[in-house]
Ligand binder design. Structure first.
Ligand code: ATP
Ligand code: MG
Length: 144
């Protein structure tokens, strides 16, 4: 795992975006790690790199938020999902996720992807976050 300070997150987000390629469906980035490990903060960095100026809040209470990407990019939409409070993957299936999951111009960042079970297609990228043993103001991030 790589130690990532808040000041290095934009570089990390750039690397992640560079690693996503156009394919048939949406690009899915699974963000794994404990409470407070840095998943939402990373999504904020990702959004900034995509030129999104809206405030990215933790969507814990709404499950899913959608942002328009206006900057030139292979993507036009960022969807941020936080499945922490989801009790049953059927609640996600009920939102008609096929609509955006089939869109190659959508990038989907998912916190707590394990809670969506098979309702979420296999991710294109899994990023693991950890604060264990990290110093003040840093986190561990592993891409893979
Ligand atoms: N790379 C980083 N370096 C230093 N501090 C960080 C980093 N990433 C996140 N933090 C800090 O950790 C705290 C929690 O981060 P964040 O909300 O992103 O966690 P989370 O993984 O989304 O948690 P949850 O599972 O509750 O949604 C925030 O105060 C944030 O500033
Ligand atoms: Mg979060």
């Amino acid at each position: 795992m790589q130690k990532v300070r808040l000041s290095d997150l934009s570089q990390c987000a750039k690397e992640v975006l560079a690693g996503l390629h156009a394919k048939e469906g949406a690009a899915i980035v699974a963000l794994r790690g404990d409470l407070g490990a840095g998943k939402t903060t990373f999504t904020q960095a990702l959004a900034r790199e995509l030129g999104i100026t809206d405030i990215i809040q933790s969507p814990t209470y709404v499950l899913m938020k959608k942002y328009e990407i206006k900057k030139a990019s292979p993507f036009t939409t960022l969807i941020h999902i936080d499945a922490y409070r989801l009790e049953d993957p059927k609640e996600f299936s009920a939102l008609n996720p096929e609509q955006f999951l089939q869109d190659p111009k959508t990038v989907v960042a998912v916190e707590w992807p394990e809670r969506l079970g098979s309702a979420l297609p296999a991710p294109d990228l899994i990023i693991r976050f950890s604060s264990e043993g990290a110093g003040e103001g840093e986190r561990y991030v592993a891409l893979g």
